[in-house]
Each structure stands twice: as C-alpha cells, then as structure tokens.
Design a protein around this ligand. Sequence first.
Ligand SMILES: NC(=O)c1ccc[n+]([C@@H]2O[C@H](COP(=O)([O-])OP(=O)(O)OC[C@H]3O[C@@H](n4cnc5c(N)ncnc54)[C@H](OP(=O)(O)O)[C@@H]3O)[C@@H](O)[C@H]2O)c1
Length: 340
Amino acid sequence: MKAIYLVKNGDPKKAFELRDHKIESPGEGQLLINVESFGLNYADVMARNGIYNDAPPLPAVLGYEAVGRVEAVGSGAEKFKKGDRVLAFTQFGGYAQQCVADSRTTVKLPDSISNSAGVALATQYCTAYYAAIRMANIQPHERVLIHACAGGVGIALTQLAKWLGCEVVGTAGSDQKIEFLKEQGVDYPINYRKEDFATSVRAKLGEHPVDVIFDPIGGKTFKNGNKLVRFGGRHIIFGVSSWSGSKGNVFDKLKLAWDFGLMHPLQFLLKSNGVIGLNMLRIAEQNPSVLGDVMAKVVELADQNILIPHIRGEFKAEEIADAHHLLESRNSIGKVVVNW
Ligand SMILES: NC(=O)c1ccc[n+]([C@@H]2O[C@H](COP(=O)([O-])OP(=O)(O)OC[C@H]3O[C@@H](n4cnc5c(N)ncnc54)[C@H](OP(=O)(O)O)[C@@H]3O)[C@@H](O)[C@H]2O)c1
C-alpha cells in the first residue's frame, strides 16, 4: 500500500514522495477505504508551502477527501458494508491508496456521480453549502458577491445561489474565467485585475450593493468588500488566499492584519450586519454528524443535477507535482482530481 507523502515544503517536484504506507484497522465508528480518487484543495498548496496553520507535521499525507470502496467496517459503523462505493471526508490522509475515515463524515455515492465529481463534493461543495445555507442563510432575490468565483468553492457557491434565486456578482482574475462565469449564469462578472472590484460594484449597483459576501481572499479584499455590505447583511470569511506567497514572517503577519483593518463589535450592531468565519476542519472536529448531513445533502443535489461539479484536470498519482502546479497557477477552473 502506497501513499504520497509531503516530505518538504516548497517546489512541488521536490516536495512529494511515493512511500509505503501502513494503515491501522478501522477503530470504533471508522471505515477502511480502498481509495480510487482523491481531490486537491487550495489548502494543500498552502500546506506544501508551509503557510497553513492546520497542516500536520512533516512527513505528512495530505488530502481532505477520497472516493473508493469500503474494505473493512469498524464497530458501530455497520450502516456501511464491504464493497460500498463511498465519498469520505478524510481530514488528511486522502493522498493514499487506503485511508481510514470517520463513518459520520462518509456517505454512499450513487452511480450517477463520477469519482471526480464525488471528490469535488466533499470539501468544496460542503464548504459552499455550509457557508451559503447554514451560515449566510441566503434568500431568493438577495444579491451575493462571490470572490474566487471560478474556483472550486466559488463554482459551488454560484450554483447554490442561482438555484435559490439570488443575483450573483462574481470576481475572477482572467478573461477566460470571466467567460466561464457568464456561462455559469453569474449576473455581474468582474475581472479584478482590470477594474477595482469595489469601485466597479458600487458604480453598477449603488453604495451598499450586496447582502452577502463570500470571501476566501482576506486582507484588503475583505476590508474593501466589507463596506459594500447592506444593513442586515452577512460577510463570510472562509480563507486567506492573499496570504499565499508570503514568507510567514512577523512583517507579513503585521501587513496582513493591517490589510484586514480594525473592527469593533459595536459597528456590527450599528449597521445590523456581521462577519462570520468558517473553517470546515473545526466543524468536522466538533460536529462530524453535521458535516455528514451536509455531505448527504450535496450528494442528493448532485444526483438531481442541481449541483454539477466542474472538473479542471485529472492526474495519475505519480503526476501529483503537475496537479499541484496547476492548482497553484491560479489557472484552474474547478476541481483538480488524482486517480490511483
Ligand atoms: N474554510 C474552509 O473550511 C475552506 C474550505 C475549502 C476552501 N477554503 C478556501 O477557499 C479558497 C478557495 O478554495 P478552492 O478549493 O475553491 O480553490 P481554487 O479552486 O484553487 O480557487 C482558488 C482561486 O483563488 C483565487 N485567488 C485570489 N487571490 C489569490 C491569491 N493571492 N493566491 C491564490 N489564489 C488566489 C484564484 O482565482 P483568481 O485568480 O481568478 O482570483 C484561484 O484560482 C482557498 O483560500 C481555500 O483555502 C476554505
């Protein structure tokens, strides 16, 4: 049994090694899964670059999600049986031929959903669903602003928002992505490399133009975006991609804090709006059954063709460096998948 280990930070060509990997039998409530496909997430790139706080110590097997077949069932997980085709949230350990997963964050996958679409559902679609439905509680006719709108989570947020009848403003960093956003039904696509998104949104839509912002960028994008939120609005911060490329030193940390800007709880009271942080790892730790419920819901919506993951690239395990390179290049639109 093999796994792809992250052995050092930096260049993807030198960072990974395919190594023998010994795995424990599944404990109580756990499943042993023969992995067929696993997905990449932007957090993997940050972990590889050594700037992801939640990353396990090296050498480590990354990976938040896997699709495969159940090989063995631990006690208390008998709602699954050997041979079931499943999607599992793995909370690291996904880049492996076998993984052990919590049965509460594993769902059966219908044959209508491909392996690649399945891995897209676990982290990116569940993050989007949790953010949009449980946290922001988006409503028909609300206007939502989605940053990194052509990324995996961004596409998922767009599909959920359109399904619920919202108007969507989406930002992306290339004309190719803008064309893709138009195809996805984004009402106001903005190439933030060509125009300042906040100025552009105000010019098109007024002084307090959005009900909800979904922000995985942080820093100045957060500060400038926050001023656009209407009374009663919600600003969901679920990533800090602007931290990419930083050296992680004290000066970079101070700059990031400065870019975010200072906030006081009273200002939320006065404006009757709020900022909510989302980290799915914390949800998985304290509320695994809630994550399981969300997984079941996104699988159901994908089975009904309401949610349709967009697959940007499929790679073999030995091409892991190329897969990482694609994700880091910011040219990817949708999910990057690796198959064993
Ligand atoms: N909190 C959670 O639980 C959770 C869960 C999943 C994902 N996330 C976060 O959500 C974000 C998107 O994830 P994803 O899986 O959708 O990733 P993705 O598909 O790789 O999309 C990321 C996109 O972010 C945009 N971006 C903007 N500024 C960037 C920067 N400085 N560096 C790199 N990319 C930048 C890029 O698109 P443009 O060039 O078009 O802007 C890039 O393609 C990441 O920050 C990730 O860590 C958080």
